[in-house]
Design a protein around this ligand. Structure first.
Ligand SMILES: [Zn+2]
Length: 353
């Protein structure tokens, strides 16, 4: 039966149990200049095909990939590989080498246009990279996909840094945050600055991973994060020429390890040193995205710290001007600049009354 072979190949790729049959293709197809896109409606299919017309040639150029490899993308909501299985893959996109096909979640289901475009670009790197990159271990290929996708979608930089940098710090003591706020006493001219230090720690489930399904247990959240830091630093040093040369030196798969690349990049892997490295390089935009990602915890923390009054909680926040600063680094962000934080704070104050 001809349909059995690709299914078996797929099971091997994903390491999943043999259940169910493949999800059917989304109903509407749009053939763009560069890619075939299938989606549930015409508008989505056209929009993603237009995006791919722009992304694919740039990805090929970055990767020196050949132009004859067809690209097919299924845009799904919910994301599904199999029919009749409810469970959502813990990812927003994946590439299936056995079928030469990319699946991505619809951008409205992802929730952010920049993240959805980044995921598409990341998966394109997996598909279009040539075999010269094969000697990289899987974690480094993820780092490569992230870094090249950010060249194509630079507007997602802070967001991706905010996903990957905490991932590198899973199981470390995390980030120390100094929270400052100003407190004026009635009409007195003196304004007191009160400060306290909070610890932001990261558990594996706090970290949204882009395509752990495909790489499975082979690449941990921590290694996604560490590989991103390493490849990002290598790109700063020589535009990835050194990493590519290391890959080309020995064609066997998996010979270029995370440790070797870390030495080339000068990125320390020992947890305390890695944490200091992340802290020293973190910028305010990335810190803002990290706090936005944990907005409920941050709002709980502020609601406990700030002295409550009977007034409007919005006015309270604007008057006290709380801000967050990384201890040991330069990143600093005002609470009112963290997306969603003011609203979450107001909600807590209102429900406490
Ligand atoms: Zn990936």
């Amino acid at each position: 039966m001809p349909h059995v072979r690709p299914r078996l190949a797929l099971l091997l790729v994903l390491g999943l149990g043999g259940t169910g049959c493949l999800a059917s293709a989304p109903p509407v197809a749009c053939q763009g200049r560069e890619a075939l896109v299938r989606a549930r409606d015409e508008e989505t299919a056209r929009r993603v095909a237009g995006l791919l017309d722009e992304l694919v040639p740039r990805a090929r150029a970055e990767l020196h990939a050949s132009a004859d490899q067809p690209v097919e993308v299924w845009v799904q909501a919910p994301l599904a590989l199999y029919a009749l299985i409810d469970q959502q893959p813990p990812t927003d996109g994946f590439y299936l080498p056995a079928l030469g096909r990319i699946h991505v979640r619809e951008s409205r289901a992802v929730g952010r246009e920049d993240l959805a475009t980044f995921i598409l670009a990341h998966e394109l790197v997996h598909q279009l990279r040539d075999e010269s990159w094969e000697p990289l271990v899987p974690a480094l290929e993820e780092g490569l996909a992230d870094v090249i996708a950010l060249r194509l979608v630079p507007q997602a930089t802070s967001l991706v840094r905010a996903l990957r940098e905490p991932a590198a710090l899973v199981a470390t003591e995390g980030l120390s945050l100094r929270i400052d706020w100003h407190h004026a006493i009635l009409d007195a001219e003196a304004v007191f600055t009160i400060e306290t230090v909070a610890q932001l720690t990261f558990e594996p489930e706090d970290v949204s991973l882009v395509d752990e399904l495909l790489t499975g247990p082979g690449v941990s959240a921590t290694d996604y994060g560490r590989a991103f830091l390493i490849v990002q630093r290598l790109e700063e040093l020589d535009g990835l020429a050194g990493l590519h040369a290391a890959a080309c030196a020995d064609p066997r798969p998996d010979v270029v390890t995370l440790e070797q690349a870390a030495r080339m990049a000068g990125v320390p892997l020992e947890p305390a040193a890695l944490r200091a490295w992340v802290v020293s390089r973190m910028d305010s935009a990335t810190l803002g995205e990290i706090l936005a990602h944990q907005v409920d915890d941050v709002a709980d923390c502020l609601a406990q710290l700030l002295p409550p009054d009977d007034g409007d909680p919005r006015a309270e926040m604007l008057r006290l001007t709380p801000s967050f600063e990384i201890v040991g680094g330069a990143a600093c962000v005002a609470a009112t600049d963290v997306p969603g934080l003011l609203e979450a704070f107001v909600e807590r104050r209102t429900s406490a009354r």
